[in-house]
Ligand binder design. Sequence first.
Ligand code: ADP
Ligand code: MG
Length: 665
Amino acid sequence: MGKIVGIDLGTTNSVVGVIEAGRPIIIANSEGNRTTPSIVGFTKDKEIVIGDQARRQLVLNPKNTFYNLKRFIGCDWDELDENSISVPYNVKANDSGSIRVLSPFTEREYAPEELVSSIIRKLINDAETYLADTVDSAVITVPAYFNEAQRQATKDAAILAGIKVERILNEPTAAALSYGFEKSSSNNVLVFDLGGGTFDVSLLKISNGVFDVKATCGDTQLGGNNFDSKIVDWLAERFIKKYKIDLRRDRQALQRLTEAAEKAKCELSGLQKTKISLPFITTNDDGPLHIEETIDRKLFESLSQDLLNRLLEPVQIALNDSGWDPEDIDEVVLVGGSTRIPMVQQLVKTLVPKDPCQSVNPDEVVAIGASIQSGIISGDLRDLLLNDVTPLSLGLETIGGIMKVLIPRNTPIPVRQSDVFSTSEANQSSVVVQVRQGERPIASENKSLGKFKLSGIPPAPRGIPQVQVAFDIDANGLLEVSATDRTTGRKQTVTISGGSNLNEQEIKSIIEEAKSKANDDRKKRSVIDRKNNALTLIAQAEKRLRDASLEFGPYGAERQQRAVEVAIQDVEEYIDDDDPQELEISVSSLQEALFGLNRKFAVEKRIESNPLQGIKNTFGSIKDELFSDDYWDEDPWDNEMNSNYRNSRYRNTRDEDPWDNEYFL
Ligand code: ADP
Ligand code: MG
């Protein structure tokens, strides 16, 4: 069985970790970084680029470079706010109201899950490379405040990446796991997680390895991006005043504005003021126009007042739900890059008068927690118990459009709750169970998670039939709903999957496509690799032939030279062939021929250096030459075969040289 890893699938940055020797560690990606930008793009050649590579093409190729995808995952078009849609790439609703993003280069539209799945795939690939082992499952974190649909869509993204999700874990809970790992004291902890696109707050009681989540709340459409937008808008408005041009309408300008705004925002976390300079941002009749502005912390803070207010409410709701007073909290754990903003830190202090815990790295703590959870699942870690809660109330729509809650928010999971419902009309033969999630009393204002029909109810007066509806939430926070007619025993069950933007058929076909593409890519790459290696070998062989004719004259090592020439011809013949086996055979013949020629060089040198002298010196000189790093470093034939040969023939015998004995005793 392959390994399990822990993944923090962030809106802005993603991180992957694993348990190694009983401790969680972060795995660096193939670029050597510990965090991977959650960005996917396509190049002109329709090649997919992910992470740092995709980030690099953001400004030059804004229409084909997709970020902030997590804000779209599991959402319908009409749930998105203005800020989420104002991205430089094309986002639209398809016929069924699901979100799709468009890539002009590939001429295709993608469900957000599909693009997110390639981020997951990259993290898994990097982990596999590091571990030198296959990874077939993962614990993936989501904002605690993600609803069913968003969780389901995240799971779908993992399925598309070919990964089994062992657990969907709430991000603040993961952070708390990391914070409380190996701590024996008992603590009430507030986790405040403000990332790039989402905000979560959770209250937990941690004692002796038992993690009890008491309450959780948040806002899945609020994060560092919103702070960036405030600066973008400020810059854009000033530009309109000066030049009557709205830069936000120009994709490339918008992307440059956004990057500059984010940079300024981050700088303002350490400095009181900073410069924003964007030369050649656009042109008008007078020529090129530039932005040259200075923004100070005070101005940034005044622009962001409404965002600060949006941070307050979830904290207060979570405190209320937990029944705790701010004084009951022993420790505040800050998570996410945006908690570096000074006004955010101050705000937290006004809510809970404590200095936040400094022992966790806000960028890595969630992935560390996910890795710990993966260790609990794999059995590598013991004596830890996690009791999470459901973030939002779950219920169904009853007559008159009223929401009937079956499982209130912040109920510990796993949980099963049921209630009995009846018909609203005489002789009603079926009931529709419309499952909803949210806190509003009017059902239609809450998120619909899907509906199903239970039919075959025997004729009876209104209110007589008894239909038992049960909600089951598993440890991942995923819901199953069943309805049973008590008279007939007829039962109807659904696992909620309505949240995903993709139906089962679409998921299947994407997986098939990805699989065949992966195979094709692998084949293509290995053909290219083989060909390149063969070309390198030919070039080296030709150089060695030239050396040989200088050294020995055209006929000095005729047999060996000839063998190399013939072998080169063979390789050349098969290099463009599709048959990998023929090429492989010819390449190894060339290696062998070169090895023969190489030996010839060595022997010639021996004779040349001392034709009549003692054999010891002769062999000594060969050996010295063979042991000298220079010799083998420049030696193109130092392939595996040669080095094996070298090791067995020379290196192992270096200390007590049998040749010495043979010839001199
Ligand atoms: P996510 O969990 O959404 O992937 P992260 O926790 O990686 O996000 O945080 C990314 C956000 O943090 C971005 O909006 C980024 O601009 C912001 N950020 C990072 N460093 C700083 C900083 N020094 N000051 C202010 N914001 C920062
Ligand atoms: Mg995060």
